[in-house]
Design a protein. Structure first.
Length: 190
C-alpha cells in the first residue's frame, strides 16, 4: 500500500487497509521466523497528516496470531494490539539546513539520510510517496511478546520423558532432577 503525499488533504487522510493473512505471514516469518503465525486477516486503521516537517502516520490494528507455549509447546492463541505514531521526514530535511535547492540534489540528500541518526519514531522517506508495508511489518514485529505461555502457571514438559505435566504426572517426577543432588537420594532423613 503506497500513499502519495498529494493524496493527503488539509484534514488528513484516513484509510482502512486490509492486512491479508499472506502479508502477516510474510511479516512474521520473512527476515527471521518469529514462531508466530496469523490466525486471520486484520484491518489497519491509519491516518496520515501533513506537518511542517513531513508526514505523521498514526496506525492501529489488532492481529490474531498463534504460537507455541514456551514451556509446554501447546498452541497459544493471542490477540496483539498494535498502535503506533511515526514521523516521516523527507530525506533532504535531515541535513538540518535548507539553503540548498531541492532540485538536482539527490546525491547529497541520500548521503545525508544515511549518516544522520533518526529518532526512534522517525522514518525517512523520499518526500513524495509513503510505502506503508515495511512500516507496518516493523510495527507488527515490535508488538510481539518475547515469548508466550499457555497460562502463567503452565507446568511445562518433563525434562526427562517429555510428558506434558499440565495433562498428567510422570514417574520421573519423584527423582531428583539435578545429578549433583543424586547422592542425596540415599540419605534418609528422620
Ligand atoms: Zn504451556
Ligand atoms: Zn517425566
Amino acid at each position: 500500500m503506497v500513499v502519495s503525499v498529494d493524496q493527503i488533504r488539509e484534514g488528513g487522510l484516513s484509510l482502512d487497509e486490509p492486512l491479508s493473512e499472506a502479508f502477516l505471514t510474510h511479516a512474521l516469518a520473512d527476515v527471521k521466523d518469529t514462531g508466530f503465525r496469523p490466525i486471520s486477516p486484520a484491518t489497519l486503521h491509519v491516518k496520515l497528516r501533513k506537518t511542517a516537517s513531513g508526514v505523521v502516520v498514526q496506525g492501529s490494528t489488532e492481529v490474531a496470531v498463534h504460537t507455541a507455549c514456551r514451556r509446554c509447546l501447546d498452541d497459544v492463541p493471542l490477540q496483539i494490539p498494535i498502535s503506533f505514531t511515526l514521523n516521516l521526514v523527507p530525506a533532504r530535511s535531515l541535513r538540518g539546513d535548507d539553503e540548498e535547492d531541492a532540485d538536482g540534489d539527490d546525491e547529497q540528500s541520500e548521503r545525508a539520510g544515511s549518516f544522520e541518526l533518526t529518532r526512534a519514531d522517525e522514518e525517512v522517506f523520499d518526500g513524495k510517496t509513503i510505502d506503508l508495508d515495511p512500516l507496518v511489518r516493523e510495527q507488527v514485529l515490535l508488538a510481539l511478546p518475547m515469548h508466550a505461555l499457555c497460562s502463567e502457571d503452565c507446568k511445562g514438559l518433563c525434562g526427562r520423558c517429555g510428558q506434558n505435566l499440565n495433562e498428567a504426572r510422570c514417574a520421573c517426577e519423584t527423582d531428583p532432577v539435578d545429578p549433583r543432588l543424586a547422592g542425596l537420594k540415599n540419605i534418609k532423613l528422620n
